[in-house]
Design a protein around this ligand. Structure first.
Ligand code: XMP
Length: 521
């Protein structure tokens, strides 16, 4: 059995991050709601628990609490923020509202070295709390403070119980990953031998058991998740799998080529590439409303896919690239526990409409782990490390009417921007275990439905405008605009105006999310 840490979710927006950080230390972590029944929790045979933060006060009548069996398990515990407060309350300490809410960076002071913290931690840590600890429970001692929190860290080394008022899981706490690493490796004594690819064999077995001799269908979009899911299923069931790629005409430049390259070799004639662009353009003709575009694209996609499935004798199984954050998000939505920032947009919602059993090989993986598995399975790295792309494709980046001419203009401008960023090493790329991603998390061109006056040669021009969007983010729920070098922007602008007919002006979007969203529509 792989050494496993259970992260109990008390509703913080950072709960997923805790599980990810733990997995980055090569220890398998599972995120479960705080009130998951005992048998389900203990079935994992955990080596320790991390209690996440959460939005409530421990004195709220609705406040989640630490279930008795967790404490009775005598396993190591680490409470973070709300988790620390819940632990304090459960073990007989005192939690009280702070006079000043503490939010943002704080300096860790007076560290008392322990298995969890050492003198090199901090000084900067990320705080986000109202309540604070006034008195540690019996058996605990204070391990560090900040200006506003006399008890910023506490521990009872004999019982291996620890609590942190700050958030070690966020990048704004530079020594946070090391602190979490010490908890899971030194205190919980996990082996640290889990790697994303270690689940490949296990997943292949599971798929084979689920599917037996039946046929499986997959819709590949050129996106990372559907590609890696399809490659895993292909490894498991070979030519029982048929992959369908629907070219909507709204794909990025070269999309078809990547898909062909990724799957043709292994799937041969079981890769079906359909050019449905005419149908999409005709259904979208004259439509400018973003939500209407989305629903028409979703409907059209479903209809095309359904008829293809019928042609193929209605295979009973469908591959779905659901990843762990999707699972966690929909679970939270059902329980209305974590506060939802973004509605989940899923165009092409096939499963609700069609009678398939789902094969979901990526259900327990985070995005960067999916990428690592994709590489391991031999998918082209351009595909595996590419940025997220919205389901409705360029339709939501081509503002206004959708015509093949306008979309082609956008594809060209977008390809130039991508090429220049790639040459500058600023697209997502893998840099190592500690910092799997750097560069822009998402970057693209947007074609605006306005015309501007320009002058080219001695001629007056009246052409359309391209906006460039480049953002940095960890989770796509909030984002900042990327501070791209001026010279790079100048090169992109020059090339777009010179190489893309019908564009005479390029602007750069300098809005964060919130208040803007990442996409323009
Ligand atoms: P927003 O624009 O909401 O985007 O800040 C957040 C992330 O979601 C992607 N996105 C979509 N993905 N269907 C999708 O599958 C959609 O309709 C859609 N809209 C936005 C967006 O690219 C970004 O990564």
């Amino acid at each position: 059995m792989t050494d496993t840490i259970i992260v109990l979710d008390f509703g913080s927006q950072y709960s997923q991050l805790i599980a990810r950080r733990v997995r980055e230390t090569h220890v398998y972590a599972v995120l479960l709601p705080w009130d998951t029944p005992q048998e389900q929790v203990l079935a994992y045979q955990p080596k320790g628990f991390i209690l996440s933060g959460g939005p409530l006060s421990v004195y709220d009548p609705e406040a989640p609490y630490i279930q008795d069996f967790i404490i009775q398990s005598n396993l190591p515990l680490l409470g973070i923020c709300y988790g620390l407060q819940a632990l304090t309350k459960a073990l007989g300490g005192k939690v009280a509202p702070a006079y000043n809410r503490e939010f943002g960076s704080a300096e860790l002071l007076g560290i008392k070295p322990s298995l969890l913290l050492n003198g090199n931690d901090g000084p900067s840590v990320w705080m986000s709390h109202g309540d604070r600890i006034e008195e540690v429970p019996p058996g605990f001692e204070v391990l560090a403070r900040t200006a506003n929190s006399p008890i910023a860290a506490m521990g009872d080394e004999a019982r291996a119980y620890y609590g942190l008022q700050f958030h070690p899981e966020v990048r704004h706490t530079p020594s946070g990953a090391k602190i979490l690493g010490r908890f899971v490796l030194d205190i919980c004594k996990c082996n640290g031998d889990w790697y994303p690819e270690s689940i490949i064999d296990q997943t292949v077995n599971r798929i084979q058991n689920q599917v037996g001799n039946a046929k499986v269908l997959s819709a590949v979009s050129g996106g990372v998740d559907s590609s890696v899911a399809t490659a895993l299923v292909q490894k498991a069931v070979g030519n029982q799998l048929t992959a369908v790629y629907v070219d909507t005409g709204l794909m990025r430049k070269n999309e078809n080529r990547w898909v062909d390259q990724a799957f043709r070799k292994n799937l041969g004639s079981n890769l079906i590439m359909m050019d449905a662009s005419q149908t999409f353009f005709s259904n979208l003709s004259g439509v400018t409303d973003p939500e209407l575009k989305r629903s028409i694209i979703g409907e059209t996609f479903i209809r095309i896919f359904e008829s293809k499935a019928r042609e193929l004798g209605n295979p009973p199984f469908l591959v779905q690239g659901t990843i762990y954050p999707d699972v966690i998000e929909s679970r939270a939505a059902e329980r209305k526990q974590a506060q939802r920032i973004k509605t989940h947009h899923n165009v092409g919602g096939l499963p609700e409409r069609m009678n398939f059993d789902l094969v979901e090989p990526l259900r327990y993986l985070f995005k960067d782990e999916v990428r690592i598995i994709g590489e391991y399975l031999g998918l082209p790295s351009e595909l595996v490390w590419r940025q997220p792309f919205p389901g409705p494709g360029l339709a939501v980046r081509c503002l206004g009417a959708l015509t093949p001419e306008r979309v082609s203009k956008l594809q060209k401008a977008d390809a130039i921007f991508t090429e220049v960023l790639s040459n500058a090493g600023l697209l997502i790329q893998r840099t190592g275990d500690d910092a799997p991603m750097e560069g822009t998390a998402q970057s693209f061109a947007v074609l605006l439905p306005v015309k501007a006056v320009g002058v080219m040669g001695d001629q007056r021009t009246y052409e359309e405008v391209i906006a460039l969007r480049a953002i940095t983010t960890d989770d796509f729920m909030t984002a900042d605009w990327a501070r791209l070098p001026y010279d790079l922007l100048a090169e992109v602008s020059n090339r777009i105006v010179n190489e893309v007919q019908g564009v005479n002006r390029v602007v750069f979007d300098v809005t964060s999310k919130p208040p803007a969203t990442i996409e323009w529509e």
